[in-house]
Write a protein of this length. Sequence first.
Length: 94
Amino acid sequence: MIRGFGYKAATKIEKENEKVTNILEELNSEYNLNDIWRIKNPDRYRYTWRQRCPIIQCRLDYWLISDVLFDNVNAVDIIPSVHSDHSAITLNIG
Protein backbone atom coordinates (compact mmCIF):
# COMPACT_ATOMS: atom_id res chain seq x y z
CA MET A 1 0.00 0.00 0.00
CA ILE A 2 1.18 3.53 -0.65
CA ARG A 3 2.34 5.06 2.58
CA GLY A 4 2.41 8.67 3.70
CA PHE A 5 5.68 10.53 3.67
CA GLY A 6 5.79 10.96 7.43
CA TYR A 7 6.18 14.73 7.51
CA LYS A 8 3.86 17.66 7.91
CA ALA A 9 3.19 19.49 4.64
CA ALA A 10 4.68 22.97 4.61
CA THR A 11 4.63 24.20 1.02
CA LYS A 12 1.75 24.35 -1.42
CA ILE A 13 3.29 21.50 -3.46
CA GLU A 14 3.71 19.35 -0.35
CA LYS A 15 0.08 20.00 0.61
CA GLU A 16 -1.07 18.93 -2.87
CA ASN A 17 1.14 15.81 -2.67
CA GLU A 18 -0.39 14.99 0.70
CA LYS A 19 -3.92 15.29 -0.77
CA VAL A 20 -3.04 12.96 -3.65
CA THR A 21 -1.41 10.46 -1.30
CA ASN A 22 -4.52 10.44 0.89
CA ILE A 23 -6.78 9.86 -2.13
CA LEU A 24 -4.59 6.96 -3.31
CA GLU A 25 -4.58 5.43 0.17
CA GLU A 26 -8.39 5.62 0.27
CA LEU A 27 -8.68 3.95 -3.15
CA ASN A 28 -6.20 1.26 -2.13
CA SER A 29 -8.18 0.54 1.01
CA GLU A 30 -11.58 0.58 -0.70
CA TYR A 31 -10.58 -1.73 -3.57
CA ASN A 32 -7.91 -3.83 -1.79
CA LEU A 33 -5.14 -2.61 -4.09
CA ASN A 34 -1.44 -3.15 -3.49
CA ASP A 35 1.57 -1.12 -4.63
CA ILE A 36 3.31 -4.24 -5.92
CA TRP A 37 6.66 -2.58 -6.69
CA ARG A 38 6.99 -1.31 -3.12
CA ILE A 39 6.00 -4.69 -1.67
CA LYS A 40 8.52 -6.55 -3.86
CA ASN A 41 11.22 -3.87 -3.28
CA PRO A 42 10.77 -2.63 0.30
CA ASP A 43 14.30 -1.25 0.68
CA ARG A 44 14.96 0.12 -2.82
CA TYR A 45 14.63 3.75 -3.80
CA ARG A 46 13.77 4.26 -7.47
CA TYR A 47 12.04 7.16 -9.16
CA THR A 48 9.70 7.24 -12.15
CA TRP A 49 9.89 10.97 -12.87
CA ARG A 50 12.79 13.40 -12.99
CA GLN A 51 13.27 17.09 -13.53
CA ARG A 52 16.75 18.43 -14.20
CA CYS A 53 16.59 22.05 -13.11
CA PRO A 54 16.08 22.20 -10.21
CA ILE A 55 16.74 18.51 -9.61
CA ILE A 56 13.54 16.81 -8.45
CA GLN A 57 12.85 13.07 -8.43
CA CYS A 58 9.55 11.43 -7.52
CA ARG A 59 7.87 8.09 -7.79
CA LEU A 60 4.69 9.10 -9.61
CA ASP A 61 3.84 5.92 -11.49
CA TYR A 62 2.50 2.79 -9.82
CA TRP A 63 1.23 -0.70 -10.56
CA LEU A 64 -1.70 -1.07 -8.19
CA ILE A 65 -3.01 -4.61 -8.26
CA SER A 66 -5.76 -6.47 -6.45
CA ASP A 67 -5.19 -9.13 -3.82
CA VAL A 68 -6.43 -11.70 -6.35
CA LEU A 69 -3.47 -11.02 -8.70
CA PHE A 70 -0.83 -10.58 -6.02
CA ASP A 71 0.52 -14.15 -6.02
CA ASN A 72 0.66 -14.22 -9.84
CA VAL A 73 3.23 -11.43 -10.14
CA ASN A 74 6.59 -12.84 -11.29
CA ALA A 75 8.50 -9.58 -11.66
CA VAL A 76 8.04 -5.83 -11.41
CA ASP A 77 10.64 -3.18 -12.21
CA ILE A 78 11.30 0.47 -12.95
CA ILE A 79 13.54 0.89 -15.99
CA PRO A 80 14.92 3.87 -17.91
CA SER A 81 12.96 5.04 -20.93
CA VAL A 82 14.15 6.93 -23.98
CA HIS A 83 13.28 10.60 -24.63
CA SER A 84 10.99 10.95 -21.61
CA ASP A 85 11.13 12.43 -18.15
CA HIS A 86 9.30 9.31 -16.91
CA SER A 87 10.81 5.87 -16.40
CA ALA A 88 8.96 2.81 -17.62
CA ILE A 89 7.36 0.48 -15.12
CA THR A 90 7.16 -3.19 -16.04
CA LEU A 91 5.00 -5.95 -14.64
CA ASN A 92 5.19 -9.66 -15.49
CA ILE A 93 2.18 -11.74 -14.49
CA GLY A 94 2.37 -15.47 -14.99
